[in-house]
Structure formats: structure tokens, C-alpha cells
Design a binder for this molecule. Structure first.
Ligand code: MTE
Ligand code: MO
Length: 535
């Protein structure tokens, strides 16, 4: 059995590396279920990678993978690990100890990533990586041992004698039976550990899920004005005026969606110029005067024509009320702090101008979104919403604390990564229909979409076909200046290829500029156009 003697030991060594890697990850999964889901090596290394991703690459990833960017990242990490595991397996065939030590080295990397994450509060977070890599290294050592039984080893090892009864020749031989048994036992144990870890993780979030289902949102003291009938156009394929929660865009750095139990949630308001620091529970917030408002959220990473904008009806506590109660004065009234830094349970920091929050706009600590408690992905139990500011400088999800400080003294997460300190939302418009490369029939085609300039209001939307004149589109009735406005324009489509372009003008007279600017550092600018063919 020549085939089974030498040539196959190389791929089997590679397979051993792979099995060792799987065992390491499976054990780490199980241990992280007991320690903290976020402390698992893939999540920790992934989180560290996100924090270190250059802004341009992060923007590119969001653009190309959208909300799937996280899945792509984790699959990428797993692919790299698999490759390295194969290499370590082969290396271990020559140098058994070195191969095993290589697995341990990955454990060290995972452990370091886990304990240096901003949401890590204990070195116990190193355990999943450490225990996992010990298991993986041990398994690799054992499996390679089965592949390296020397000639002259006890004759009961199956591989020592071929099925034809002849003793195999060659410098080395291997224990086929022992390898198969050890490898299948390890694979089965890994699968078991991985699945057990998964199901334990699922039960961990149960308290938070139960706390969310117990929330019943009180009637707000100040209800939102009903959406005026003329604010909703019925053009097919236009973005709905209110974005359903399930369709609402999601942008954040969290690889594991935080599951916060509202019943034990506490939030502190503290810092410079806070004369009476406050600690609030979820119930404290529910008991306060609540407001309900329609507010359109936008992400600074939204490219011209992009999808990262959505409109919802929020219920929350006016933030200015809380700050006043804590004794905070805005800079214009002599307050020492010009920046409010919101921290989340997952270590995000988001800084907003205190002046904007206290200038009378409906900045709030939101508890409800479109009639239900915040969905977990959108920040349950409490998030910030500030009309007119991009999400990265205003909309902290999974809120944990609010600290008053200055822009001079502190840079928040995205500011450290070269985004602007202050970022009001730019005046933008988007064509929703027809879609790029659509092929409508000649005749009347509805061009329609949305336009937004939160807290200023949209005054005019104009559409141009090819290089023709700008034509005013029909604007839906304004709900509030904090919401987007739908618009539409019937167009007599003629055969051929056409470029449709839209631009909006806000109430301050600012028009959406023709000049395209990138999303970094303070939001994309430029006209949105769509190329179609009428045939
Ligand atoms: N904790 C936390 N809050 C966050 C973020 C984040 O990464 N972590 N991203 C911000 C950004 S960039 C945006 S645009 C909004 C998006 O909110 P949404 O996901 O509910 O649409 O959340 C903001 N709040
Ligand atoms: Mo964002």
C-alpha cells in the first residue's frame, strides 16, 4: 500500500491542522458562551480589525457589502485561519512542537484582541482563546503523532503492515487506525462543543429579549402630528414615507448585536458643568414626559443615491430637559462643555455639539421606533436621535452613558478615524424610480424619489433629462422639516438612452451641489443621476 504509506501523510497533516483549528474555534465558542459572547476570538479579532480599518476601506466595504460587510469580514477571518491551519499542519509533520506552538500563538493573538476591546472589563475575556488554542495545539500534537509512528513500532499498528501482509518499507510509517479514530473523535467533539456553545449563547440573550417584550410604551405627552395626507405619494417603487423597522438601514461596528436587559439598564449623565449628575433607569425614562416625532436618519457613509437613509416615528425623552435637570448650560449660556459624548455598551463613542442638542430641536433619548420598543439592532433599550446630524455624530445605539466635555479635549470614535468633528446632514435628493438601467416603454414614465435636508427643510426638487432644462418636480406635502420629502415628475419618455438627474434646494437656499465630494470627512455631495434606456 504505497499510496497509503507516504504520499498521503502530507494531506493528512494538512487535515490535522484544519481539525486542530476547528477544535480550537469550537472550544473557544463554548468557553465564550460561558464568559462573554463578544470575547470569542473571531469576534474579538474582527472587532479589532474593524477599529483598525482605514476609513477609505471601511467606506468601500460598506458600499460593496452593505450590511453584509460584517459577514464578509468574519468569513474572511475564517478563510485566513483555515489557510494558516493547513500550513501549520504540514509544518507540524516536520516539526511537531513548532506546529503546536503555532496554534498557541493564534490563541495569544485572540486573547490580546479580546482583552483590549473597549467593552472588555476583565482579563477573563482571554479565556476562550487560551483554552481553545490549548485544545487545538494538543489535538494537532496527537494527530501528527499518529502520522509519525516510526518503522519498527509495535506491529499492532495497522499501518505497519499492509493489507497484503507485507511489511511496509520506508523510513517512516503511520498509525492509520489511531489517526482515523482520533480525527473522527476530535471532529465529533468539536461539532458538539460548537453547537453547545451556540445554544448557550442563544439562552444568554433571553433576559434581554424578555425585558423587551415586557415594555409597553406609554402614550407620549406630546404626540407627533399625524402625517399630512399629501405627504405620502403613491407612485410605485418610491421609498415609503415611513421606513418599516425591518427595512431600516443598519450601520454599526457591532459583530454581536448587544442584548441589553432593560430591567438592569442604568445610564449616567456626568462630566464638565454637570451640577447634578444623574443616574437613570429605563423605568425612570418611561415615567418622564415623552415626545413622539418623525425624524429621518442618515449615515455619513451614504453615497449620492445610496440606501443609508430612513424615516421613522420615534418616541423618547427630550434630551435638553434631562441636561437642564442635570444643571448643564449650553456654551451660548456660558456652559463649559461644548461636546456631549455618548458611550454605548459595546464601547462606541459618539460626540454631538451641546449647542445643537439644547437649541430647541427634538433631540431625544429614543425608546420607541414606529410604535414598538427599539429593535435590538437599532439600539434597544435606549438610543440617541438628533434631527439634522449624521448618525455618527448623534445617534448612539445601546446607550450606556452621557459625558459632557469639550471638542478640544476629546475625539470620539469616528473623529479619531478622520471623519469631521461636526457633521450636519447635507441637502440631498435621490431618484428611486426608474432604477438604473431600467428599460421603460415610451410614453409617460414617473420619475420619483426622496429628498432630505433635515432641520432645514426641502423647498424645491428639480429634474433634468439629459442636458435639457431643469424642471420642477411635484413635492409631496412636508411632514416636518426633520423628515424627508417624496417627489415625483411625470415625463414623456422618448426612445433611446437617457440620463435623468435630480437636485434639491433647501429652505436656506442651499442647493445640492453638482460637484461630487466623497463621503469622508463630512458626507457625500453631488447630483444623483440614473441612466436608462427607453425602448
Ligand atoms: N453603538 C453604536 N451606535 C451607533 C453606531 C455604532 O457603530 N455603534 N453607528 C452610528 C452610525 S454611523 C449611524 S449612521 C447610526 C445608524 O443607526 P441605525 O443602524 O439604527 O440605522 O447609528 C449610529 N450609532
Ligand atoms: Mo453612519
Amino acid at each position: 500500500m504505497k499510496i497509503l504509506s507516504k504520499g498521503i501523510r502530507l494531506p493528512l497533516a494538512a487535515l490535522s491542522g484544519l481539525l486542530a483549528g476547528l477544535a480550537a474555534l469550537a472550544v473557544a465558542e463554548l468557553v465564550s458562551a460561558a464568559v462573554r459572547p463578544e470575547a470569542g476570538p473571531v469576534i474579538a479579532v474582527g472587532g479589532a480589525a474593524i477599529d483598525r480599518t482605514p476609513p477609505a476601506l471601511k467606506d468601500w466595504a460598506i458600499r460593496h457589502f452593505g450590511t453584509h460587510d460584517k459577514l464578509v469580514l468574519q468569513l474572511g477571518i475564517l478563510a485566513v485561519l483555515a489557510l494558516l491551519a493547513l500550513v501549520l499542519g504540514v509544518l507540524a509533520l516536520r516539526f511537531r512542537r513548532v506546529g503546536a506552538a503555532g496554534v498557541l500563538l493564534f490563541g495569544v493573538v485572540g486573547a490580546m484582541a479580546a482583552v483590549t476591546r473597549p467593552d472588555s472589563t476583565s482579563t477573563v475575556d482571554a479565556l476562550p482563546s487560551v483554552v481553545g488554542s490549548l485544545a487545538g495545539a494538543g489535538l494537532l500534537y496527537v494527530l501528527i503523532g499518529r502520522l509519525s509512528v516510526r518503522t519498527g513500532s509495535p506491529s499492532e499498528t495497522y499501518g505497519a503492515t499492509g493489507p497484503d501482509g507485507r511489511t511496509a518499507t520506508g523510513t517512516e510509517n503511520w498509525d492509520r487506525r489511531g489517526f482515523v479514530i482520533a480525527a473522527s473523535a476530535a471532529a465529533a467533539a468539536s461539532a458538539g462543543a460548537g453547537l453547545l456553545g451556540r445554544s448557550l449563547k442563544n439562552t444568554r440573550g433571553q433576559g434581554a429579549i424578555a425585558s423587551r417584550s415586557r415594555v409597553s410604551l406609554p402614550r407620549p405627552a406630546s404626540a407627533a402630528r399625524p402625517v399630512p395626507p399629501g405627504a405620502v405619494l403613491h407612485t410605485p417603487d418610491i421609498s415609503p414615507f415611513v421606513t418599516p423597522n425591518g427595512d431600516f438601514y443598519r450601520v454599526d461596528t457591532a459583530l454581536v448585536v448587544p442584548k441589553v436587559d432593560a430591567s438592569s439598564w442604568r445610564m449616567k449623565i456626568h462630566g464638565q458643568g454637570v451640577r447634578r449628575p444623574l443616574t437613570l433607569t429605563f423605568q425612570d425614562l418611561l415615567n418622564r414626559r415623552l415626545i413622539e416625532r418623525d425624524i429621518t436618519l442618515t449615515c455619513v457613509s451614504n453615497e449620492v443615491g445610496g440606501p443609508y437613509v430612513g424615516n421613522a416615528r420615534w418616541i423618547g425623552v427630550p434630551l435638553a430637559d434631562l441636561l437642564k435637570e442635570a444643571g448643564v448650560r449650553p456654551p451660548s449660556r456660558g456652559g463649559p462643555a461644548d461636546q456631549l459624548v455618548a458611550r454605548s455598551v459595546d464601547g462606541m463613542t459618539i460626540g454631538s455639539p451641546v449647542e445643537d442638542i439644547m437649541d430647541g430641536r427634538d433631540a431625544m433619548l429614543a425608546l420607541g421606533m414606529n410604535g414598538e420598543p427599539l429593535p435590538f439592532v437599532h439600539g434597544f433599550p435606549v438610543r440617541m436621535v438628533v434631527p439634522g446630524l449624521y448618525g455618527y455624530v448623534s445617534a448612539c445605539k445601546w446607550l450606556q452613558s452621557l459625558e459632557l466635555t469639550t471638542f478640544a479635549a476629546y475625539d470620539s470614535y469616528w473623529v479619531k478615524r478622520s471623519w469631521a468633528r461636526k457633521a450636519p446632514i447635507k441637502t440631498e435628493s435621490r431618484i428611486d424610480t426608474p432604477k438604473p438601467f431600467a428599460r421603460p416603454k415610451p410614453g409617460t414614465v414617473m420619475i420619483a424619489g426622496v429628498a432630505w435636508a433635515q432641520h432645514r427643510g426641502i423647498d424645491r426638487v428639480e429634474v433634468r433629462v439629459d442636458d435639457g432644462p431643469w424642471t420642477q418636480a411635484d413635492l409631496a406635502v412636508e411632514d416636518t422639516t426633520d423628515t424627508w420629502r417624496q417627489w415625483s415628475l411625470p415625463w414623456k419618455a422618448t426612445s433611446g438612452a437617457h440620463t435623468l438627474t435630480v437636485r434639491a434646494t433647501d429652505r436656506t437656499g442651499q442647493a445640492q451641489t453638482e460637484q461630487r465630494t466623497p463621503t469622508i470627512p463630512s458626507g457625500a455631495d453631488g447630483w444623483h443621476s440614473v441612466v436608462i434606456t427607453v425602448d
